[in-house]
Design a protein around this ligand. Structure first.
Ligand SMILES: Cc1cc2nc3c(=O)[nH]c(=O)nc-3n(C[C@H](O)[C@H](O)[C@H](O)COP(=O)(O)O)c2cc1C
Length: 213
């Protein structure tokens, strides 16, 4: 295969260096990334940076609360973040491509995901584009990963996560592992983002994998 340095999504899996002009190249599908207003907006920012570096096409939706947290928790500007995406949608744009199942994507990551958005997804309460796009992923049986961030949880939160899991979504709270001996906060963030990208079929080298003792 010719090395064209391009990430291709094929049957839900992203592979590197697909031959230029091959059938696979025609099947490149975007990944939907949503940032919501939970603490840890940096997880969404980091996911976007990595996907941008890997040349995975990202369709981005940012909630108002996520934009606020970007200001509170980081030094990033909204315009900086948006510049990394292939396409950016307004959260109120219910006529956007990703609001329809006929628009093909390789799935969606919500990072971080608030309890509010989790609740809306669990109940198919599709009153904004993030929740509608997530609901489309579930109905089309596409991969949906929610990096739910809250602590502690009450029984209602756990019920919502159970419901989304039953619908086919994957709950992946950003809970760090330490077997890769993280030295920095960035190492901890990359490990969680790496786990999410694993589930979305994106090849990466964000952390050192456990390979036995
Ligand atoms: C600094 C800050 C941190 C927050 N952290 C969380 C959190 O970790 N989890 C959560 O569910 N909500 C959190 N919230 C509350 C949400 O932002 C709020 O419920 C908002 O309405 C969520 O809207 P969205 O899901 O459309 O982004 C936080 C709010 C602020 C201002």
């Amino acid at each position: 295969m010719g090395a064209v340095g391009k990430w291709i999504v094929y049957g839900g899996t992203v592979v590197l260096n697909a031959q230029k002009g091959s059938i696979m190249a025609d099947r490149q599908l975007p990944l939907i990334l949503a940032l919501t207003g939970a603490s840890g907006v940096i997880y969404g920012v980091r996911a976007l940076e990595v996907l941008h570096e890997l040349k995975v096409p990202v369709h981005l939706i940012i909630s108002d609360a996520a934009a606020l947290n970007l200001e509170i928790e980081t030094d990033y500007r909204l315009s900086q973040i948006k510049a990394l995406a292939t396409r950016v949608y307004d959260i109120t744009d219910m006529a956007a491509a990703v609001a329809s199942g006929s628009f093909r994507t390789c799935g969606m990551l919500i990072s971080p995901c608030t309890i509010k958005t989790l609740s809306a997804v669990a109940n198919a309460f599709n009153d904004n584009l993030i929740v509608r796009a997530a609901d489309v992923c579930l109905k089309e049986r596409r991969r949906l990963v929610l990096m739910v961030r809250e602590t502690p949880f009450h029984a209602g939160h756990i019920e919502l996560m159970t419901r989304v899991t039953a619908l086919g979504g994957i709950i992946l709270p950003p809970i760090p592992a330490f077997y890769h001996q993280p030295k920095t906060i960035a190492d901890i963030i990359d490990q969680s983002i790496g786990k999410a990208l694993d589930l979305l079929g994106v090849e990466h080298q964000l952390f050192k994998r456990w390979s036995g003792r």
